[in-house]
Write a protein that binds this ligand. Structure first.
Ligand code: UDX
Length: 488
């Protein structure tokens, strides 16, 4: 018992300060990773919530940032997961800011972070490591250097995307120019982009990540991402990736072989549902759960495009017509900012009326609970990595409508590598736009057709395979343990 007590005490000496680039796709995995550190390894975690505040507003003074109580407290009386806030001034709307300025604003909180860590140290809770999402590398690297604290970079996308970035950063065998040109109108989507890259399948032009939909210049954004990756490889203690061995084994092996920084594929999406404390700008509407309770098994199509997608009015109307004409039950997450210049409440009423009781529209879902619900039979998704991995974790097949960035590569894996979904055909001819008829046909085939049955079965099998990795003493569990041990 004495040994156990001593062991627990030693474990509790770990104190991580964690922060994430301020979008749901980055915040959720960082929080889930930290909760694993708390639950499995007795860490104390201070999560820094980088919440955007409008232009002109003052950031909170430093003294109100740290919530821990006085230095004399017993360790046990302080919650192991605590949240403090460092607002990012000048960012009120993620859609009206370029990614580059969001990176800069995020990096600018470095001095606040340093003061927070020093104050936690002074309060007798020494910070032993920093956990930061990949895009926040510039925020933490100099703080970690100056205070001699190791930082773990948490990669919130698939290993395939990181390996792609790695090859690009070497400018061999893929160059930035070729990546930019892959989506030019003169290129055929189905043509081979590159074959024979260790750890990646043959890539077609359509798989190559692009940033067509953001305010930034594609070249500038790629150059920034490459700089982050180089800084991360040079400065991070380790990189933790939210993936598991059985999904991306050869990719992870190739990454480990190619990179100097240690890579841990720890897979941390399988969190306790009752305990999900992710942060988002939208409040989860839990009324959808009793509604789902009333629907037949595997009958509902869950539709969500994550936190960053914007639809044009034409795309939105094509989706409405396609979804309604498919005559399937649906639960649709329609963020109020998903489509510009629409009357949101009129639009919601219109969809609900047209659905004749078969559909429900909400602003933001408790996504894990939705995907875990037996009434959900499929997920029409933009293929963000969190949505993809959560869908795999709950055995839900995917109908893919990748929007930008890594989502194109994720869709490729979903369809061709894991065979747990298929893609909306509407993008076969670049620029031809979404057609409601094709959406209707694809949804019907997905929910009712033979192909749908096949991917549904495959999704169940993949769920079982992937979840084994996360069991006690499974590969992910052991990787996390090795990562924690390396911090000692
Ligand atoms: C961003 C990028 O767009 C994506 O390409 C990258 O892989 C991760 O970062 P995002 O577009 O928001 O992410 O999508 P996704 O990765 O799927 O993350 C969305 C998160 O929000 C998920 O954890 C999901 O569970 C959650 N969510 C989404 C909800 O909780 N409720 C919703 O209604 C919708």
């Amino acid at each position: 018992a004495l040994q156990e007590q001593q062991g627990r005490k030693e474990k509790q000496q770990h104190h991580a300060v964690a922060l994430a680039f301020p979008t749901s796709g980055h915040v959720n995995p960082v929080i889930r990773f930290c909760k694993l550190l708390v639950k499995l390894h007795g860490f104390a975690v201070t999560f820094v919530d980088l919440r955007p505040v409008p232009e002109g507003s003052q950031a909170l003074p430093h003294t109100s940032m740290a919530t821990p109580s006085s230095a004399g407290d017993e360790q046990q009386s302080v919650p192991l997961f605590r949240r403090v806030q460092i607002p990012i001034a000048g960012v009120s709307d993620l859609f009206n800011i370029s990614f580059q300025s969001l990176f800069e604003k995020t990096a600018s909180v470095g001095p606040d972070l340093e003061r927070l860590i020093v104050s936690l140290n002074d309060q007798g809770r020494p910070v032993t490591c920093i956990v930061a999402s990949f895009n926040a590398t510039f925020t933490v690297q100099s703080v970690a250097d100056k205070l001699h604290i190791p930082f773990v970079a948490l990669y919130p996308c698939a290993a395939s995307r990181l390996l792609f970035t790695h090859y690009l950063s070497r400018d061999d065998p893929i160059s930035l120019q070729s990546v930019i040109e892959a989506h030019s109108p003169t290129k055929d989507r189905e043509d081979v982009f590159c074959r024979g890259l260790p750890g990646l399948p043959t890539l077609f032009n359509k798989d190559v990540p692009h940033f067509k939909h953001v305010k930034d210049e594609t070249r500038d954004l790629w150059e920034l991402i490459i700089r982050i990756w180089k800084a991360c490889s040079a400065k991070a203690h380790a990189v933790a990736i939210n993936t598991v061995q059985d999904l991306e084994e050869t990719t992870c092996r190739a990454l480990a072989d190619a990179c100097d920084v240690p890579i841990y594929d720890v897979g941390f999406w399988m969190e306790d549902l009752s305990d999900d404390i992710a942060i988002s700008s939208w409040k989860e509407d839990k009324s959808c759960i009793p509604w789902l309770d009333q629907q037949p098994n595997a009958s509902v199509l869950y539709i969500s495009f994550g936190s960053l997608t914007l639809l044009s009015q034409a795309e939105f109307h094509a989706f409405i017509d396609g979804v309604i004409s498919s005559k399937q039950r649906f639960l649709w997450v329609l963020r109020p900012d998903l489509v510009k210049d629409i009357d949101y409440s009129v639009m919601v009423m219109d969809i609900m009326e047209k659905s004749e009781g078969k559909g429900l529209v909400i602003e933001w879902a408790p996504q894990l609970q939705v995907l875990a619900h037996p009434s959900v039979g499929g997920f029409l998704t933009h293929c963000g990595w969190n949505s993809t991995s959560e869908s795999i974790a709950f055995g839900v097949p995917m109908l893919c409508w990748p929007y930008f960035s890594d989502q194109l590569l994720n869709a490729r894996y979903i369809v061709d590598e894991w065979k747990v979904g298929f893609e909306l055909d509407t993008k076969k001819e670049e620029g031809s736009g979404l057609k409601s008829q094709e959406i209707e046909t694809a949804i019907w085939a997905f929910m009712e057709g033979e192909e749908g049955k096949i991917v549904r079965k495959n999704a169940q099998k993949l769920k079982e395979k992937a979840s084994c990795c996360l069991l006690e003493n499974g590969p992910s569990y052991m990787k996390l343990k090795a990562l924690v041990d390396s911090l000692k």
